[in-house]
Ligand binder design. Structure first.
Ligand code: EPU
Length: 417
């Protein structure tokens, strides 16, 4: 298994290009299931999760072509098998995003239950409840969800909690339903808006994406379209947090600064100077960061996907930061690994109390999930001496060309095979 070896202590200087957003690309690829015509996508990142989704869709008969420059064409002319098997679903929870589109297009779907994952329980009850409200019969049998509906019917759905992929699944299903669907307490994440924009380009009638009430007027069929996937706001935030921790001056190009308000505000609070352009963000950090407390919540509040990176930042800040996680119940696995690097962290319920130390010391640590790994990379960039991060396949799921980009900023990092 590959490892990442970092030698810490260098300031970061330079520019990197932001990749397309993983969490927008995944649902948008599933939108291809809604039409017989080809869907042409641009700005698709080269990531393990994207390859997994391509494989999953391929098993259903979707023809997929990738070209070198981030373009991908998906053609679901015929869906041969509306099934998502456990083998792939267990490796990537986002696989559940095929449920709504398959049901809407084929009238039936068989999708494996995702099971537990490293960051928490993550049930899919809201996806199921919403589709049932639209008239689907869903049973659970031998670990699979079996869903059936001649044609889904639009209805009013009030979600019990804010769920990103749940909102996306129901929005895709509703696009081909009969009549109007109102999704209330919907997720407002920019990735939901990106999916809505792609669906609109395909002929869907959607209003309110980006607010907590989305109105979808179902249509009989959708057409092909071209769509460019939005920039990855979490990748952008990760490089910014890295620069805030290590010091220096970093410019991110091809970014979407308007999706980063909560992160940028916290970086300013930590002492960084931030300059925003139309599609660039620049950070300058001259001194040791000041401790900043964060509390994760659905967008537009501070993202859970940035929590580990800010915990890493807090480990070397002046003062004490409270990091509160309200979305996932088990997303502090990185705290123990950060302690191995000399961080002073104590966990009290869903809050980590992080007392900044002057220096971390390099050691061998283990990546446990994607964003936890990103936090460890940031810690490795500031730790004294060498840090080796094991199990970096987690990073390959969500960060395109991580070492290349970090090296472009002057970091000393190498992959050990
Ligand atoms: N939840 C339920 N029932 C449901 C759905 C969700 O109880 O039916 C709970 C979850 O257990 C969790 C909370 O609701 O406690 C929010 O989960 P959500 O459904 O919003 O998460 P998700 O859609 O599975 C997406 C991202 C995650 C990101 C979360 C939160 C994708 C493919 N994944 O997951 O990204 O952390 O939203 O913003 O969009 C990552 O990229 O590293 C990642 C984990």
């Amino acid at each position: 298994m590959d490892k990442l070896r970092l030698t810490g202590g260098r300031r970061l200087e330079g520019e990197v290009a932001v990749s397309g957003a993983k969490n927008a690309a995944l649902p948008i690829m599933c939108a291809a299931l809604l039409t017989e015509a080809p869907l042409s996508l641009a700005n698709i990142p080269r990531l393990m999760d994207i390859a997994t989704m391509a494989k999953l869709l391929g098993q259903m008969g979707v023809r997929i072509e990738r070209t070198a420059d981030g373009k991908m064409s998906l053609h679901a002319e015929r869906i041969t098998e509306p099934t998502a098997a456990y083998d792939l679903v267990k490796t990537m929870r986002a696989s559940v995003l095929v449920l709504g589109p398959l049901l809407a297009r084929c009238g039936r779907a068989k999708v494996s239950l995702p099971g537990g994952c490293a960051i928490g329980l993550r049930p899919v009850d809201q996806h199921v409840k919403g589709l049932q409200a639209m008239g689907a019969a869903i049973s659970i049998d031998h670990g699979y969800m079996h869903a059936e509906a001649k044609r889904l019917r639009g209805t009013r759905i009030v979600m019990d909690l804010v769920t990103v992929t749940g909102t996306e699944n129901l929005m895709m299903a509703a696009a081909l339903a009969e009549g109007t669907t109102l999704l209330e307490n919907a997720a407002r994440e920019p990735e939901v808006v990106d999916l809505a924009n792609c669906l609109a380009a395909m002929g869907a009638r959607i209003e309110g994406a980006g607010t907590d009430v989305i109105r979808i007027e179902g249509v009989a069929s959708l057409a092909g379209a071209s769509h460019r996937v939005m920039p990855d706001r979490i990748e952008t935030g990760t490089y910014l947090a890295a620069a805030a921790a290590a010091g220096g001056r970093v410019r991110l190009s091809g970014a979407a600064p308007e999706t980063l308000d909560a992160t940028l505000e916290k970086l300013r609070e930590a002492g960084a100077t931030i300059r925003k352009g139309r599609d660039t963000v620049e950070i300058e950090m001259a001194a040791r960061p000041t401790a900043v407390s964060v509390r994760t919540a659905p967008y537009p509040a501070f993202a859970t996907d940035m929590q580990a990176q800010f915990m890493a930042l807090a480990t070397v800040a002046t003062g004490t930061a409270l990091i509160t996680e309200t979305i996932f119940e088990n997303r502090f696995m990185h705290a123990l690994e950060l302690q191995r690097l000399g961080a002073d962290i104590s966990i009290q319920g869903n809050t980590a109390v992080v007392k900044g130390v002057e220096r971390l010391q390099g050691a061998t640590v283990m990546a446990t999930d994607l964003r936890a790994s990103a936090g460890l990379v940031i810690a490795g960039l500031v730790a004294e001496g060498q840090t080796v991060i094991e199990r970096i396949y987690h990073l390959d799921r969500g960060y395109e060309a991580l070492e290349t980009k970090l090296r472009a900023l002057g970091a000393k990092v190498e992959r050990v095979r």
